[in-house]
Design a protein around this ligand. Sequence first.
Ligand code: UGA
Length: 444
Amino acid sequence: MTMRLSVFGTGYLGATHAAGMAELGHEVIGVDIDPAKIERLARGEVPFFEPGLPELLRKHVESGRLRFTTDAAEAVDFADVHFIGVGTPQKKGEYAADMRFVDSVIETIAPLLTRPAVILGKSTVPVGTAARLAARVREIAPVGEDAQLGWNPEFLREGFAVEDTLRPDRLVLGVDTEHPGRIEEVARQVYADALARETPMVVTDLATAELVKVSANAFLATKISFINAVAEICEATGADVVDLADAIGYDARIGRKFLGAGLGFGGGCLPKDIRAFMARADELGTGHALRFLREVDDVNLRRRDHVVDLAAREVGGSLNGARIAVLGAAFKPNSDDVRDSPALDISGRLHLAGADVRVFDPEAMPNAAAIWPTLPFARNAEEACAEADLVIVATEWKEFRELDPAVVGAAVSQRTVIDGRNCLPAQAWIDAGWRYLGLGRYAS
Ligand code: UGA
């Protein structure tokens, strides 16, 4: 059944959700307060890099099933279900999440609700937010109790956002148990396609739905920091963390995914979500329960220090004047997102320490340059590596994994590579005469 949906917020989450819902057959209107973004989206252009999204967006802008506006009243008038997909970034100077964008969407749309409507929150929020917002909506919406809010967290990964939206591995819906209303019925209609494929759907209370999302990200962050902590021990003993991860990963209870040791996690989600989770636990008087996440964060940040120290060691003790190629600026491949990117962080630190850094990333350089305008960027990997004393692979883009070590070897002045993502074929680089340093392996 075709439904009329609005999506507030058109970033990585909102824009993908809007296009995905149009692909499922719904009529969708995307809303944002940024007119420049809306203008580009309305022309069928995606303002960030996400594989497959430009094609999907163009298809549905052209089919007329998807349009964009800055006018919230137009969207509320058009749609019966309103998704909230705005950001909840870390507050400046504190761990807590900044809720102003979510609050502002509610304050904007609720007073406009003159007919029954369902609001489904997708943004990652501190537990307790949805109950507060549900009460606020009932209070200020002209339809009162017929304006209902549920929480429907999103688990999409950047780089696979389209696939994750069209074919999610699970759906989670939080319902206000005292005011269940039509939320579940409406959500089942919206996601009829996934449900027909027997995608599991967990229907629960609002607090649980909010906690599912942050717990999932906290677990993933913990898994990455676990292997990176073990990498520190491997470095002290000459053991190999990649073989170790393969070996423990064969245990189905453990699994190999997210045991990629290296520069650690970054991006707009994992780092800020574990911090917001700790901040919320402190507010609830249960801070002790999540104290280990502080260690997860510390292990993660220590990996960046380690690569900077390793770089200094490899260029003879002082970074000043050393020519260093950094391949990668995005927080992970297939993304142009540089929020809290380990790659960009180490590039900036090497640069500040006086190194002659050359950074190359296939997609993220404009975003990286906006944050670090003084960093020198190269036009391609070869240019970055020319005359380099040291090459650091900081983001595992396919084109870096597939570099020919002999060709790169001919361009550099010193054949030393730090594989910050353990993504290169180590033996091939060693055979081509390189001093190869993986993280948690090979004398790193
Ligand atoms: C993450 C979650 O994986 C999604 O499920 C969630 O929906 C999303 O956050 C969100 O909250 O919106 P994302 O930030 O796109 O997705 O990135 P991930 O694929 O989780 O990677 C996060 C970071 O961990 C990257 O910097 C990546 O390089 C690093 N990582 C990942 C490792 O260092 N090792 C690994 O083994 C895996």
